[in-house]
Design a protein around this ligand. Structure first.
Ligand code: NDP
Length: 256
């Protein structure tokens, strides 16, 4: 049986990487899926893979007005939203001497502000619908700090806290709020991450990516689909008694 039959989902940053895998998995489970991304062309390309079940929405999550407009257009087209996946995220590295106000603001605006304001935009509709599911994206980087990654790690720790507070606040509305903390997942983001580690750890390009994959207890870097499957579970009725949790999806890197 399809586990998300009749549901409407919106996935931010849904055009590529983990977000795209979640869009595909949700559609395969019977959901209608709004692919929300910064660039409409990218969102359209992924939405086209979903056929009738897909819809592309231009949404820069650093702009609360754009989030509100995007959410309103999905609700208008499909009658409401049952599942929000706050997947859009960006990564950067900088030593404390190099941190800039712009980079600090940008990472917080996407990773933290984007999560908060997307939740703010969907909650009234979910309340009217009698409930809903929200899945935020933290990271193993939210579980402990790392040198030269002060800003990103702190944004992902903030996502764990936001998940806990809002799960408690929205429990009375039958809205479950959980997060996923991926480990190392082979997506376009990793080209950028690897290049930054090459600079900061003075390694040849490609070496860090190889090393982190080999260091995973299960022995390999995850694929986007490895994260999409738990995201289906958390969105489904199978997870009806789970809220306020951050699920590690990392091949055993972090234990909690
Ligand atoms: P990718 O960089 O591969 O994809 C991210 C998507 O988000 C892109 O389509 C990107 O579009 C979009 N995006 C970026 N900024 C915005 C914005 N302001 N508004 C809307 N969309 C935006 O990332 P991953 O798939 O690797 O990561 C997905 C999530 O998982 C992120 O939150 C990330 O932090 C987290 N994560 C990933 C890990 C990994 O190893 N890959 C590990 C731990 C956590 P564009 O390129 O046009 O900006």
């Amino acid at each position: 049986m399809s586990r998300l039959e009749g549901k409407v989902a919106v996935v931010t940053g849904g055009a590529r990487g983990i977000g795209r895998a979640i869009c595909m998995a949700y559609a395969a489970e019977g959901a209608k899926v709004a692919v929300a991304d910064r660039l409409i062309e990218d969102a359209q390309e992924t939405a086209a893979l979903l056929g009738e079940a897909g819809m592309a929405v231009q949404m820069d999550v650093t702009e609360p007005a754009a989030i509100a407009a995007g959410i309103a257009s999905i609700e208008e087209n499909w009658g409401g939203i049952d599942i929000l996946v706050n997947n859009a995220g960006i990564f950067n590295m900088a030593s404390i001497e190099e941190v800039t106000v712009d980079d600090y603001r940008r990472q917080y605006d996407v990773n933290v502000g984007g999560t908060i304001f997307a939740i703010q935009a969907v909650v009234p509709g979910m309340r009217k619908r009698g409930g809903g599911v929200i899945i935020n994206f933290s990271s193993q980087a939210g579980r402990r700090g790392e040198p030269n990654i002060t800003i990103y790690c702190s944004t992902k720790a903030a996502v764990i806290s936001i998940t806990q507070s809002l799960a408690l606040e929205l429990a009375k509305d039958k809205i479950r709020v959980n997060a996923i903390a991926p480990g190392v997942i082979d997506t376009p983001m990793w080209t950028h991450v690897d290049a930054l580690f090459a600079k900061y750890e003075k390694k040849p390009v490609g070496q860090k990516k190889r090393e982190v994959g080999e260091a995973v207890p299960l022995g390999y870097m995850g694929a986007p689909e490895d994260v999409a499957k738990p995201a289906v579970f958390l969105a489904s009725e199978d997870a009806r008694y789970i809220t306020a949790q951050t699920l590690n999806v990392d091949g055993g890197n972090w234990m909690s």
